[in-house]
Ligand binder design. Sequence first.
Ligand SMILES: Nc1ncnc2c1ncn2[C@@H]1O[C@H](COP(=O)(O)OP(=O)(O)O)[C@@H](O)[C@H]1O
Ligand SMILES: [Mg+2]
Length: 417
Amino acid sequence: MGVSAHAFSGANPDTAQSLAAFVADDVTKALLDEIAAAHWPESVIELGGKDAAASHLRSAPVPHLLLVDLGDSDDPYADLMTLADSCDPATNVVALGKINDLTLYKRFVAAGVADYLVKPVSAEDLESAMFAASLPRTNAAEHVVDTQAEIFVVVGSRGGVGASLVAANGAWIMSQEMGRRVALVDLDVQFGTAALSLDLVPTGGMIEALQNPSRLDSLFMASAMVPKSENLAVLAAEEELGRDPSYAPEALSRMLAEVRRSFDCVWVDMPRGTFGQVGPVLSQAKRVIVVSDLSLAGMRDTIRLKGFCRDYAALTDVSVVLNRMDRSRQAAMTVSQFERGAELKVMTQLPEDDKAASAATATGKSLPEVAKRCKLVAGMRQIVTEVAGEDTKQRGKARKVRKAGKGKLAALRGRGK
Ligand SMILES: Nc1ncnc2c1ncn2[C@@H]1O[C@H](COP(=O)(O)OP(=O)(O)O)[C@@H](O)[C@H]1O
Ligand SMILES: [Mg+2]
């Protein structure tokens, strides 16, 4: 089969995967033909569902990615398990079916199936499930969680509340004071300040790669990330204002997957406007940190951001940081009113500190470099300790949570149909 213009680069062995898909109806087959033509040059797409899959697996090499449509099956779980016996442990399996049932979903996921989608599926859902499954071993949840960098997403409930300050300084503290290898990714590709705040100049190319994910390989990532120190690098852009900055969420998933290979943690400075577009990425995050001021509007939008996380990343932790507290003193609201309204406990309150913030901005340095001992830095350290603090004991828990999270996500997806 020929390599299409959009096929993932052969330079990247993890994405140059073989795909075998066995579908049960023409509509799903048409979708798969299209997706495979764009992304999986090495693919076998056949009608015939589980029976075709079984006979293929008897006679051909086991594919990296196996998609089976169980739409014609009376006992999808038993049928898939029979097929699994002929698979390699390294095979990533995506199942499709007609039965919309959370218990079935959980059984699949517990058995190591990367995803189960309820038909009819949209091209987008199918493509993103296949992308996610083909990323480094999603069916081996233990492997993924133990070796992949943790993602922390920082988003502001309002503009100017200090989300970028929290992201940049969180990344800096984690890298310099905890010795972790940290990537700071600024998704505000036109107006972002992450690079600027650390006195760096973006190399360019980030938006091209997001819009054309075939460029996303480790070579690209190495050239696009600007190093700040041995342990900290920044991925950012100052994209032209005339350019359409939109991209597919799957491309962002792929980009983050590449970034995660080389770092222990990824801090994502996410503009509010992007948040609603990237549900699948949020579900990969360990934690979403919502930065807000103490105001009614801040509370309302914190509730909305939290609600979106609950729907699309059901088990990703959501924490709220209240920033610029001294400024908020005149606010017509108390912290406990905010907490009651938002139905969550505020993780940290950060004071307003104009002196430290402007010294950092003026010099392109982090807050700890210009004001080591101020309360704002102490608060930032508390945030970093809190989000990084889970030890290996917690990791086992995180693993279970992640598995269950995928289940919920897919169930929600299926229910939306
Ligand atoms: N706690 C604080 N004290 C003083 N200035 C702050 C504080 N937090 C943020 N700032 C300043 O407010 C401005 C907006 O912060 P920024 O992090 O860019 O907000 P956002 O990313 O939420 O839009 C920046 O100039 C920043 O230095
Ligand atoms: Mg910002």
